[in-house]
Write a protein that binds this ligand. Structure first.
Ligand SMILES: [Zn+2]
Length: 355
């Protein structure tokens, strides 16, 4: 665009400068090749007066010829000028073109520079973005690292807390176990104490029972003893004085009989002793032996009767106190018939065998 402007403006300004020495028609011809609209418009305007002058006189013709030559020179000059101008224009155009080229080149350079700048900017932007990305990455990595560290720390903290909790739990368990053990020991002690008390109570109960049994035994024994004493001191025929009197008579009679027999036997024995002394003196043969045996027998019988007399005395004493008729073994009453037919007697029929 800038180039076309430069071409249009160049002829418009230069045309009036060269027309100044030339006639008015010259510019018309010179103007004819002019391409531009304003040039064409000007041409008819100037030719119009030139055509009107043509049919005038010779002077006018010479002038005209002169003028034509001048015009030719002028034309040539004009052509030269035009050529120069064209040359100039061409040079100008070349210059313009060169300028344009330079401009284009500059533009290209500028474009390139812009592109480079843009590229650089883009590269910088990209670098910046990369840097940012790297930083972001770094930050992310750091964050991740920090997160990981925090996670590790949290995990370590948790582990420590878990461990502490575990220790605490174990301690609590141990304490609980000890408590339980103590409770068990206590319970065991209590149970042992309870059993001890139970045993003691049982022992006391048995002792009490034993004491009671003992007391009962003693009471029984006492009662038995009392009964025995009562029996021992029993007087079965105490309330039968007639029977006791009968007994006394029988005893006294028996005693008299026995004492009489004893007396007889004593006399016999004495006589036999005298006889024996005499016989010993007279004859010392075996006949004295037989009398010795006889005398011993007599003495033995007498002695037995003496014992019986003693028993009768006892029986008589008991008749006096009223206890006669009681068995010496079982303290039971001896039946009357036995008392009548055996004098004296101190045991019942049942006890007789055992004595
Ligand atoms: Zn008896």
């Amino acid at each position: 665009m800038s180039t076309s402007n430069v071409k249009k403006s160049a002829p418009a300004k230069k045309a009036p400068a060269k027309k100044a020495p030339a006639k008015k028609s010259a510019p018309a011809k010179k103007l004819a090749p002019a391409k531009k609209a304003p040039a064409k418009k000007l041409a008819p305007a100037k030719k119009a007066p030139a055509k009107k002058l043509a049919p005038i006189n010779a002077a006018q013709k010479a002038a005209a010829a002169k003028k034509a030559t001048a015009d030719k020179v002028k034309l040539a000059a004009a052509q030269k000028a035009a050529a120069d101008k064209a040359k100039q224009a061409a040079a100008k155009a070349r210059a313009a073109e060169a300028k344009q080229k330079a401009a284009d080149k500059a533009k290209q350079i500028a474009d390139k520079a812009r592109d480079a700048a843009a590229k650089k900017k883009a590269a910088e932007k990209a670098a910046l973005e990369r840097k940012k990305a790297a930083e972001a990455k770094k930050r992310a990595a750091e964050k991740a690292k920090a997160d990981a560290r925090r996670a590790r720390e949290a995990a370590a903290k948790k582990r420590a807390a878990d461990k502490a909790a575990e220790i605490k739990r174990k301690a609590a368990e141990k304490a609980e176990a000890e408590k339980r053990k103590l409770r068990e020991i206590e319970a065991k002690k209590k149970e042992q104490e309870r059993l001890r008390l139970e045993r003691q109570a049982e022992i006391e109960r048995l002792e009490r029972q034993e004491r009671e049994a003992q007391a009962k035994r003693e009471a029984d024994e006492r009662r038995r003893q009392e009964a025995l004493d009562k029996k021992r001191n029993a007087k079965p025929y105490e309330n039968e004085p007639g029977f006791l009197a009968e007994m006394r008579e029988l005893l006294i009679a028996k005693r008299a009989e026995l004492t009489g027999q004893i007396s007889d036997f004593d006399d016999q024995a004495d006589e036999m002793l005298v006889d024996r002394e005499r016989l010993e003196y007279d004859e010392e043969d075996g006949s004295s032996l037989g009398s010795d045996i006889q005398r011993a027998q007599i003495k033995e019988m007498a002695n037995r009767w003496r014992l019986e007399v003693d028993e009768i005395d006892i029986a008589l004493a008991r008749v006096d106190e009223g206890s006669y008729g009681r068995c010496d073994e079982c303290y039971e009453r001896i039946i009357k018939d036995r008392l009548r037919y055996q004098v004296p007697v101190f045991t019942c029929t049942d006890c007789r065998a055992t004595v």
